[in-house]
Design a binder for this molecule. Sequence first.
Ligand SMILES: Nc1ncnc2c1ncn2[C@@H]1O[C@H](COP(=O)(O)OP(=O)(O)OP(=O)(O)O)[C@@H](O)[C@H]1O
Ligand SMILES: [Mg+2]
Length: 341
Amino acid sequence: MKPYNYYDELDDSELAEAPVIKGLRPQRFPPRHPKKLAAPLRQFVQTQDDSLASFRFTYKAARFEEGWLLDSLGGFYEHKWISDVLSRVKGGKEASVYLCRAGTEVPADLVAAKVYRPRSLRNLKNDHAYREGRENLDAEGKVVIDDGMLQSMAKRTEYGKNLLHQSWIAYEFTCMQALLAAGADVPTPYEMAGNAILMSYIGDLDGCAPTLSEISFERSEARGLFERVIHNIDLLLAHERIHGDLSAYNILFWEGDITLIDFPQVISPRINRNAYGIFLRDVTRVCEYFNKQGLSTNPRKLAADLWTKHGHRLEPEVDVRLLNDEDPQDRALWQKQARRK
Ligand SMILES: Nc1ncnc2c1ncn2[C@@H]1O[C@H](COP(=O)(O)OP(=O)(O)OP(=O)(O)O)[C@@H](O)[C@H]1O
Ligand SMILES: [Mg+2]
């Protein structure tokens, strides 16, 4: 029998608004009806019924969202990586991020759980541009070498699509691990399981840190922040990585510091032929934000200098196939390029 699938039902309109947590009063929900459990959860129930059965959370989830969270975060709860889900921080196109109370096995008080929607990444626009030259990773972050798995992915069977989806998530997690070790300003990745990643939470109980896009700065403050962002871009490049979707929307600001987030589409500057175009777009979007904060920047020169500093060859322009015609920033970039011709 095909297991009941919450994801088919889950819709943004079903997601409850994230409540502001004032005093933390744990809230009890009645036990769920066992019929609602999807396949992976049933396995947990068979083996470790006691612990998972006690998983209740403070966050008032909507009907389908509750089942989705129990499936996605049940393992985190069982392993004592989280003890409670407190609120939904943000519901994005690809994933929703939840503020959780950490469990005893994680050295933090609050943690963020990024829970992916299963089909989201498969629909990622122009995903081939990012996947080029990139090996696929399994659920543990190891390179897939199994012939059957590779064939399923190449043929895009349902199983293969699931493996590809898993690979994006594993990329985000392993990339964050590598970047943290390199000294970059990224959240600490704690655990990855199924369709979720657990990482350090930037913010407090009243809300997550704002993204740069939500705030503006005096020019004097903007200068230091810009330099810090460029330092991170440089550091990523030194460790053979390009963010691939960097902009003021994927940089958090908290207590004077920046944190780069959102890494599933990260690419290698050496292996991917589209690398310079993607890199130039990242640098350009960052510069555009800081120009609005009163700085004068030269993204083309900056990108070229960083690129060649790390021994890479220059290519002229952002490949138009990488641009999203529904994104105003991308459209502006395209128009600028067309004018230069
Ligand atoms: N570690 C974190 N701590 C606090 N807030 C976070 C954290 N990670 C993500 N967020 C919040 O969740 C939002 C979505 O996260 P992220 O960008 O990783 O996911 P996404 O699905 O790619 O979202 P989008 O499509 O909006 O880019 C962020 O803009 C930020 O507000
Ligand atoms: Mg994002």
